[in-house]
Design a protein around this ligand. Structure first.
Ligand SMILES: Nc1ncnc2c1ncn2[C@@H]1O[C@H](COP(=O)(O)OP(=O)(O)OP(=O)(O)O)[C@@H](O)[C@H]1O
Ligand SMILES: [Mg+2]
Ligand SMILES: [Zn+2]
Length: 323
């Protein structure tokens, strides 16, 4: 998925280099005005580099000697430039190109390997797109409160909902914090309004901050989009391919989608492919286990329950409480 953003990222870096040069040009004009001697020094420095290349081409006998002399002059000039700048209240490197990345000078590569700043840029571009594209709005863990969950024991389940949810919250935070592309998948079960989507999106948010690529939306939106692309109703943006390739895929509200043959087949294919590639998927649903079994193939259900971590949400409808 990152390859998709490479040309965009490289052109952003190119404009950063351009900006650095524009900034230097502006500073040179300012310094030419305030400390003309500095600009004189810079002209002489530029000239020595021309002389140097002439010298190398000519290959004179006293080459070494001349070279040494030029080097000393050069160092003295540079030293003088710095002193002048400092004396006039400017930083010594005021006229150096101000690159945003000191490692790669905004080229994106260090000795042929991608720089940290290029990786960061690629994941930022992917995250921007994912946010723009999703119909869901990201949340965070800090907006998730345990006070909505009953602190009295649920006698039927024999658990204290608040304590159970506290543990579940801890699991989700830790999952996001330690996420890697080989993390296990998560299956969130529970009735409506218990915070499944909220926590899914908090995980998505944190995992994206950690520079992984994440796609998140409802199963229904994903399937409509895939179907629209497949049958030419929507421009082809390779929704299915990107769902298979993302580091983390969040499939919200499984079971609420319209069960078209193409949509269902695509859903199986995406989940299967991700399992084969050992890429984690986070699925949430308010269907019961029995309903899931009626609605989906046995093979999918057994894989979900054996290969995913199941989190069962409990409590009372928070959507209603808040309304
Ligand atoms: N623990 C919580 N603290 C604060 N707000 C919460 C909490 N849990 C849920 N909410 C809010 O309550 C509303 C419903 O929660 P959410 O959408 O996450 O439920 P859900 O379990 O996904 O429900 P559904 O099965 O209907 O999709 C949202 O506005 C959500 O932000
Ligand atoms: Mg939900
Ligand atoms: Zn860099």
């Amino acid at each position: 998925m990152k390859e998709y953003y490479l040309s965009k990222a490289l052109s952003i870096l190119e404009s950063r280099r351009g900006e650095a040069e524009i900034l230097r040009g502006r500073r040179e004009m300012e310094i030419a005005d305030r400390i003309p001697e500095v600009m004189e020094i810079r002209r002489r420095l530029a000239m020595t580099s021309v002389e140097l290349s002439k010298l190398i081409l000519r290959g004179q006998a006293d080459f070494e000697e001349t070279l040494e002399k030029m080097r000393r002059e050069n160092l003295a000039l540079q030293q003088r430039e710095k002193e002048l700048l400092l004396k006039n209240g400017y930083p010594a490197d005021y006229l150096e190109l101000a690159y945003q990345c000191k490692l790669c000078h905004d080229t994106g590569y260090v000795k042929g390997t991608p720089c940290r700043c290029l990786d960061r840029l690629l994941s930022q571009l992917a995250a921007q797109d994912a946010k723009k594209e999703s119909t869901l709005t990201l949340t965070d863990f800090s907006g998730f409160s345990l006070q909505y969950y009953p602190s009295q024991k649920d006698l039927r389940r024999n658990i204290v909902p608040r304590e159970h949810m506290e543990e579940l919250l801890r699991f989700c935070k830790n999952y996001a914090e330690t996420f890697s592309v080989h993390a296990k998948g998560i299956l969130m079960l529970g009735e409506t309004g218990l915070g499944k989507t909220h926590l899914s999106l908090a995980i998505a948010n944190r995992v994206m901050e950690r520079e992984y690529t994440v796609l998140y939306d409802t199963v229904s939106v994903f399937m409509d989009r895939a179907e629209g692309e497949r049958f030419g109703r929507l421009p082809d943006r390779d929704t299915l391919g990107r769902m298979m390739a993302a580091d983390l895929l969040v499939l919200d509200d499984l079971g609420a989608e319209y069960a078209s043959p193409f949509g269902t087949a695509s859903l199986y294919r995406v989940i299967d492919t991700r399992l084969e590639r050992k890429r984690p998927t986070l699925i949430s649903t308010n269907l019961t286990v029995a309903q899931l079994q009626t609605r989906y193939e046995n093979r999918l259900i057994s894989r979900l329950f054996s290969l995913f971590t199941t989190l069962t949400f409990v409590g009372k409808d928070i959507r209603q409480m808040k309304a």
